[in-house]
Design a protein around this ligand. Structure first.
Ligand code: BTN
Length: 288
């Protein structure tokens, strides 16, 4: 650990940046995982607005303990540390916020129409182009008393021309969908602008209200029939795309509420919220 990182939290340890809301950037040409690097950093230093960027990762992590292929400099691999003053149960909602901000930034910069697969995958032309892994860690008492830090890890495929067979047919990039290369720095600039604008409102009101309408417009399957897959079943599957839904009922997707839960209606007409920690969504005709 670099000793110059152990500074008072009101000083950026590494050069300030143009990205709105970012206090410092730590850039690694190669790292195991930016989320893991963030955790190591948080054992000695915690400043909200710290960004860890990597050109490639050797042990990129996905959700449910899966690995995340991270060997392309055409992608973005990054982890943003924020330390919001919110109860721990609210922190997963930041994943929704990050997905919304990235989706909105891509659309604004490229003219594309990305969709969000609840809670936080971003799809373009039916392929996943962004995955998000949010982790929350308790910050040690002497660093930021009583706080939990949230690490928002984002892998975004920007200018990739193809993917190895091992990644499957489901992965895509902005370039593969639009045929146009995107300036990664411009995308990050826009992402942080949108993210921190909405983050400030979110922390102030402890609610996602200000993005609910826009998020739901982007929500894949909104208004349609969906399956709800218990996480245990998804986690146990070697290939999440082959999980059988034969024994599952369908629900009507009604969009998220201000807590980031997905509202669904069952066949009896009863409406209920489902939590992203317990459920993933599958579509009858689209196994994404
Ligand atoms: C998923 O879709 O399963 C989530 C993928 C998250 C990948 C990003 S890449 C940057 C950050 N570092 C990691 O090790 N994982 C996240």
């Amino acid at each position: 650990m670099n000793s110059h990182l152990k500074l008072p939290t009101n000083q950026p340890p590494i050069s300030p940046t143009e990205y709105k809301g970012i206090r410092c950037i730590i850039h690694h040409p190669v790292i195991d995982s930016t989320n893991e690097a963030a955790k190591r950093l948080l054992s000695t230093y915690a400043a909200s607005g710290t960004l860890i960027l990597a050109d490639t990762q050797t042990a990129g992590k996905g959700r449910l303990g899966r690995s995340f292929v991270s060997d392309s400099t055409d992608s973005i691999y990054m982890s943003l540390i924020v330390v919001p003053k919110l109860p721990a149960e609210k922190l997963p909602e930041l994943t929704i916020l990050a997905a919304y901000a990235m989706s909105a930034a891509i659309d604004k910069l490229t003219g594309a129409a990305t969709q969000i697969k609840w809670p936080n995958d971003i799809l373009l032309s039916g392929r996943k182009i962004v995955g998000i892994l949010t982790e929350s860690v308790e910050v040690e008492e002497h660093i930021a008393p009583g706080s939990r830090a949230v690490i928002i890890g984002i892998g975004a495929n920007i200018n990739n021309e193809s993917f190895p067979k091992s990644v499957g047919q489901k992965a895509g990039s902005i370039y593969m969908a639009t045929g146009t290369k995107t300036d990664k720095d411009a995308l990050l600039t826009l992402f942080f602008e949108i993210f921190f604008r909405e983050y400030d409102k979110y922390v102030k009101h402890a609610s996602l209200t200000s993005i609910v309408g826009s998020y739901n417009q982007k929500l894949l399957g909104n208004g349609s029939e969906i399956f709800l897959i218990p996480y245990g079943r998804t986690a146990a599957a070697a290939d999440p795309y082959t999980i059988s839904t034969d024994d599952l009922p369908t629900y009507t997707c009604l969009g998220i509420n201000a807590d980031g839960d997905l509202m669904v209606r069952d066949s009896q007409g009863q409406t209920m919220p489902v939590s992203s920690g317990e459920i993933s969504v599958r579509f009858p005709d689209q196994p994404a």
